[in-house]
Structures are given as structure tokens and as C-alpha cells.
Design a protein around this ligand. Sequence first.
Ligand code: AGP
Length: 579
Amino acid sequence: MCGIVGYTGRRDAAPVLLGGLKRLEYRGYDSFGIATVGSAIEVYKKAGRIPDGDPGAVGLVGCTGIGHTRWATHGEPNEINAHPHMDCEGKIAVVHNGVIENYAELKRHLQERGHTFRSETDTEVIAHLIEEKYDGDLLAAVNAVLPLLQGSYAILVIAGDTQRIVAARDASPLVLGIGDDEVFAASDMTPLLEYTERVIFLEDGDVADLMPGRYTIYHGGLEVERPIELINWCFEDTRKGGFPHYMLKEIYEQPQSFYETIRAGIDEHVRRMVMEADEITLVACGTSYHTALVFKYLAESLCGIPVRVEMGSEFKYFTPPLRGLVIAVSQSGETADTIAALKMAKARNCPTLAITNMQGSTVTRIADETLLMRAGPEIGVAATKSYMAQLAALMEILNIRCDGEFDDALSHAHLAIGDVLLLDIQDAVDLCSKVEHVFFVGRGPFYPVAMEGALKMKEISYVHAEGYAAGELKHGPFALLTPETPVVAICTPGPTYGVMASNIKEIKARRAPVIAVGVAGDIELPEIVDIFIPIPNTHLLVQVLTASVVLQLLAYHTACALNRDVDKPRNLAKSVTVE
Ligand code: AGP
């Protein structure tokens, strides 16, 4: 994970780097650092989050520099292990996102040659290796070192005697921003939005030589052209806009993210691919895995398409037999496990489709086709509006397979999503914020919705939560039910309403309080549960969306009641680029 940013141009680099790192903090936030080229390299590093207007950092001089925000892999999160890392003489500085797998061997070799290491990181070897090769030509030195590195990297390198940055990527993302008289580099496009809409997505194996107002890209030693693309996001989308947290803002943006994704539609190539598939396999992780499961339930029951859903992290080592279309679902498009699975599907000659929110991300480069979600930048670590946009994209696929049967439901869904934002769920929040464990249960597509509700709850409130298929609770977890273990049950009209109501009564008989999410107008459910939260009585597809929003709000307000760091929960990062 980790986020990196670089700048060379006419502005003071330090504020640009710090602002950029703040936008990348979702990738890791246990320590940060920047280095600029003044009369020599100046470095500022600190453990913890990036404070606003830190005088030590802002005071660094120079118009060329690099920065890093860290999610620790090698060595604990402290100031010494924070990037940038330097060579022995302090003449070379490096920031790195990725993992150098052969660093121990390289380090031993460098130590034998007299290099002194300061940190426990894998990254520091890069600085010392470049030191060995550097004779005034930074590009040549980096080019000489890259073949020695095994693993994944996006790196930015500066030297104290030149106003240039050398950037390189292999299996970690790196984007260039092209301004007038200035060039930016970053792990994704969010730090660039403030300055330019013109970006270049570097390819694996690319090396870029960046100077104020000039850049040259090389691949395999030869100069190459990479297209300049226009970003379809705007800077304002990355601000909190008066909300106390990004997560709440993003929950409130869901009517729009659903609507925009549906409105964008699906291009002819993707449409054909979807129509031709006689079987679909989805690979994903975390929240994206849950949206994939929702799709499975809906597609199999409503359209009769066989759908298999695989966790990215399992897929690579226990690959199932593959037939038909393989869809990788990933908000960031950079999740290592999902990428590995997608590569395997490609290797087996399956047609592949990426559903992602990130233009130019790695999955878009691997998959045959891309379906871009229109969620806009999602900054909160917890996925909310990207979950909604994924469901929009997947429901659109479903709709195509069902000859437009859901046109009406999908084109009005955003209104119902907007309605549930206004629900009063304070009683449920009061209950959940006083307990240590909460169960979430549902059946059919509401089972993955329950799993997602539990993931949101544990991720941001740290209240232990489990999502279960409602019928499974009696096969073991019943032993945990007490008056202090609330169960959130999603129970809407349909074939499983009766059996869900029975399940709820069984739970109540074990004296566990029940919070039910049901439809407005239900007269039976409010009688048997402790707290009833009514969602609009709409189409099944829309109920899936609105019930999900209720659970997001429950997690959010519970986390706030417990004073948690909602946007940056402990130990997590938004984009998980390690296996
Ligand atoms: C959920 O709130 C998390 N952010 C996490 O589970 C996330 O969905 C998972 O890491 C997959 O990320 P992706 O969609 O970017 O691939």
C-alpha cells in the first residue's frame, strides 16, 4: 500500500507534496515524510498522521521533491522507518510503494561493501544501490538498479545535485500529472486534481525522467509515447464539503453514484461480452466480494445465469476450473489479490472484464474490457459509495441479460436511496454502541448485504460483528445469543419473509434484542422486534440498495458514538496492494 507523490516545477515543492500526501493518506497513514532538493537534499519525516501546516515540513526549501505516506510492511511505523530513505551520504532519496522481495540478500551484500543502513525497511536498499551506480546521471543509475529488484515497486528518486525526479513502476501504480512548466507524479490521480486534468498512466516497466516542464518516458531502454488522458474527476469531489467525515459525505453521495453509473450505461463491447457469457465468475475482496455475492444471488434467481464468486486471496492458490466470463470487481483497481486472480483468468484465456472506479488502474490494463463505475473519488477507508456504484454496474449487467426487465427499477432507485438517508436510526445506534458483539442476518441477496453490514460495523466501530445467512444462526452461533448480543435482521416481503419471521422469533426466544430492517407498512414485524427500521416498499433490487444504506448509517453513527476515527480506522488502508 503506501502513497507516493513527486513534484518538479516552479512552486515550492513542500506544500504541494504535503497536500498530495493528505489526499493519499487513505493508502496508509502510520507515518509520512518528504524530501526536497534545496542546496542539498532536505528531509522531514514523522510517525503518525500528516498534521495541517506542520512548520517543520512546510519549511523545506526547493521546487523539486518527493513524499510518502506509509502503511508499514517492513519495520514498525516510526520516524526512522518512514520514507524517504537515503543512501549513506544523504545524496540520494527514494520513496517506494510495493515490496522488494529480495531486499534481505541485497542488504547483506551492500553491508559487506560497507553501506550503513538506518531503517528496517526493504526500500532503503534501493537508495544504497543507486548510490553505488550514481555518477551524476540519475536516470542511468536508476536504470542500472531496477533489474536487481525483485517484487513490486513504484519509486520516485531524487539526487541532491539535480532538479529532476526519476520515476519507475512495476506492479505498483504510478500516474504522471502534466502541468505548464511542472510535472507531478503520484500513486493515483487524487493529488493531481488540484493542479491539472492531464495525466499519463505509466505501464509496468516504464521509467520516467521528470524535469520542470519536461518529461521523457522509457520502456526497455527505448523512449516511448504514452497517451495523455483527461481525468473525469474534479478537485471539489475530494473535499469534505461541510460533512464531519468523508464517510458520511460519501454515504450521502450514493444516490448520485448509483444514478451516474446507471446513466453512463454499458458500451457495445461489454454488452456483447455479457450477452455471450454462459457462465460468469467474479473475483473480488472485502466489500467488493460482497457486491459480487449480491450479484450471484440476483443473477441466478432472476436470470438463471450460473455465477461463481471467488475471493481474490484464495483464487491464486486454489484456482477453480474456469469457464466463461471472468469479472474482477475492485473499487481501487489495485488490490493485489484481485489482480493476481485476474491475471490467472487471462492466462487461461477467459474473456475478462474489470469493474472499477479508477480510470487507468491496473485491472483496467489487464482485463479485456472495463466497466467504469461513476462513484467519483472515495476517500474514507470504508467503501460506501463505491459499493453502491458496483451494485449499479452489476445490476446493469443483470438488466442487459434480462432484456431490460429492470429498467424502471434501476432508473428510479436513486430516489429510494435518497429517502433512507433521512431515516431516524438513533435507537439502533444506542443499542449497538453499548455492546461488544452484533450479528447481522439475511437471506438470499440480503445475506451478503448482512455480511457487508457486519464488515462496516467492525471496520469502523471496532464492535465485533458477524454476518450470517439467517438460517445458519441456529447451527452454532445461537450459543452466543444473550440480551447483550443484538441481531440486525433484514426481512422484506418475498418468498423468505415467513421463514425470516420465524428465525427472528427463535432469536427473540433466546432473549437477544432484534433490530429489523423491513419495508414501510409491514404490520407484523414491528410487533415482534425491539427496533423496526422501515425502508421503502420497492422492487427487490432497490430494497437491496436501501437496506445496505441503513446498515452503513448504523455502522457510521455507532462508530461516531464510540468516538472512533471513522475515515481512518486503525490498522487499515483503503487500497491493499500486498498479498
Ligand atoms: C471495505 O470497506 C474495505 N475498504 C475493503 O474491504 C475493500 O472493499 C477491499 O479491500 C477491496 O478493495 P477494492 O474494491 O479496491 O479491490
